[in-house]
Design a protein around this ligand. Sequence first.
Ligand code: NAD
Length: 361
Amino acid sequence: MTTTHRIRVGGRNAYDIFIEPGLLSRLDTSVWPVRSRQFLLVSDDQVAPHYAERVKAQLKAAVADVDVHVFRAGESNKNLATFEQITASLAKMGARRDACIVALGGGVVGDLAGFAAACWMRGMDFVQIPTSLLAMVDSSVGGKTGIDTPAGKNLLGAFHFPRVVLIDPELLQTLPARECAAGFAEVIKYGALGNAAFFNWLEKEADALKALNPDAIARAIAACCQMKADIVERDPFERGDRALLNFGHTFGHAIESAQGFDGLNHGEAVAVGMCCAARLSEVCAGAPAADTERLIHLLKRFGLPTEVPAGLKPEDLLARMRLDKKADLNGLRFIVWEGIGRTRVAQGITDAQVLAALQAP
Ligand SMILES: NC(=O)c1ccc[n+]([C@@H]2O[C@H](COP(=O)([O-])OP(=O)(O)OC[C@H]3O[C@@H](n4cnc5c(N)ncnc54)[C@H](O)[C@@H]3O)[C@@H](O)[C@H]2O)c1
């Protein structure tokens, strides 16, 4: 029997996340808490050929008015031009303020479609159907939407919460293996930052997860969404605890940027970043070296990199960290752990400590 995991993200803009293998084949739009029966389905050209027809047919059977907008996949299209094209599709279909966008895709689709929904007539409903593992465990939950500008990633954006998030782990069957591994970096991050029992479980179930066993993967996604939901509920606008979700990200962003966003992908960079953060934590937070080793071992089992790519200079990476939007007037902030599952924000870390953490022993 299929298990449905239902997670409530509370707060002022409460919504549900449903996780169920096969969910995409039985969408029951009558229970979606949206105001309209007028939909724009937004997807990219890698995802749409697999799933858009299936979603569109079910939406059409339930409502009168369904348009589809497909754009070229890839981070380089998460920009103002694609945003404008989506709004042009909304205008063409005569979208009223009570219309609804359905975002069917990875984090790029979710961020773009969510931002269009945030802006169209100052806010319309949107539904997230994430199709990449990263989107299932991270970007579709929490209400951050946005686009990149020539000046940097995610610089234009808004908090806009979906009305419902629908996750079908079976969609991962078509996700390219490298993208899947990148998603597992984020899954491991949840165990690392706040749940040692989940980290242990990941170690035990790594083979089943890699094989995309539907029940194991649904359980992992549910655990991640629950953790993100708890954190987002406590701190919707990232003024406190939500920063812990950035474990490994200060290092990771610097690596992505040093490679011109054309080397390691985001998840791979976060994997390396977490290893750097763990090494930093040994010096700054008294974390056990054995926990660093466990992290490295688990990441490797999922085929993820654990060392800073050759050719990147630690001094250059440090300079880039200073430009990170998470740096503030008090200088660089790092998320460190005292051991698996116990993270906190640390300040006052010296340049020498950061440089040492960037170099594997
Ligand atoms: N809003 C947030 O809170 C948040 C959090 C983390 C990341 N993000 C953003 O998410 C983006 C990264 O997301 P991503 O890794 O999903 O990237 P992505 O959306 O580019 O997807 C990766 C690739 O996989 C393809 N794909 C996705 N699902 C597929 C499927 N089921 N079958 C076949 N192909 C599939 C996509 O077409 C794309 O080519 C970045 O732009 C990042 O800034 C946002």
